[in-house]
Design a protein around this ligand. Structure first.
Ligand code: GAR
Length: 200
């Protein structure tokens, strides 16, 4: 089955969903390693409990961004990934990183791209007064949240939502979408034709 290396900065609920799915051989993919930029990431506990390898590549341990980025690429490459999954990874990877794993990096973003890219997709949709938001799983290119879209799911924005409540509603849809999309990508491959990406 396809080897997934998952990059995570936070709690790791999306990682947890992938770890729950990979126990089924029919899923066609398994998480072989978790790589994080944060020594305190909750995702490290999830990896340990699942018996999955992990690596911490913390920016503070490197002289500059380029050195951190190269070390992250090495840490990922060691595990021989078929797919690299950014599941709540909050740092921008360099063009060199993206080229090294070209067409094999997928990201999940908590908004309906191309609206509201960047670090605050949920907050920005709310501030804009959007009535619908959601999540996007896309192929990573050299821009920020700009790569070809693989899948999206919409959720309503309700009148009294705050960022936390809306994000939680999005994350319920997001976990299912990410698991489904990564599984299809693993089983059938990702095909990119210009801006348009398809699975299998
Ligand atoms: C997810 O909603 C993901 O889309 C978002 O962080 C959350 C991580 O949750 N990612 C970004 O905002 C990337 N810019 P998790 O750690 O519980 O999976």
């Amino acid at each position: 089955s396809a080897r997934l290396v998952v990059l995570v900065s936070g709690a790791g609920s999306n990682l947890a969903a992938l770890l729950a799915a990979h126990d089924d051989p029919a899923y066609g993919a398994r998480v072989v390693a978790v790589v994080t930029d944060r020594p305190d990431a909750g995702a490290l506990d999830l990896a340990r409990d699942a018996g999955v390898a992990s690596a911490v590549v913390a920016p503070a341990d490197f002289e500059d961004r380029a050195a951190w980025d190269a070390a992250t690429a090495e840490a990922v490459d060691v595990f021989g990934p078929d797919l690299v999954v950014l599941a709540g990874f909050m740092r921008i990877l360099s063009p060199a990183f993206v080229r090294r794993f070209a067409g094999r990096i997928v990201n999940t973003h908590p908004a309906l791209l191309p609206s509201f890219p960047g670090a605050h997709g949920v907050r920005d949709a709310l501030a804009h007064g959007a009535k619908v938001s959601g999540c996007t799983v896309h192929v990573v290119d050299e821009g920020v949240d700009s790569g070809p879209i693989l899948a999206q799911a919409a959720v309503p924005v309700l009148d009294d939502d705050d960022e936390e409540v809306l994000h939680e509603r999005i994350k319920v849809a997001e976990r299912a979408l990410l698991v489904e999309t990564v599984g299809r990508a693993a089983r059938h491959g990702i095909h990119v034709d210009g801006r348009r990406a398809t699975l299998g």
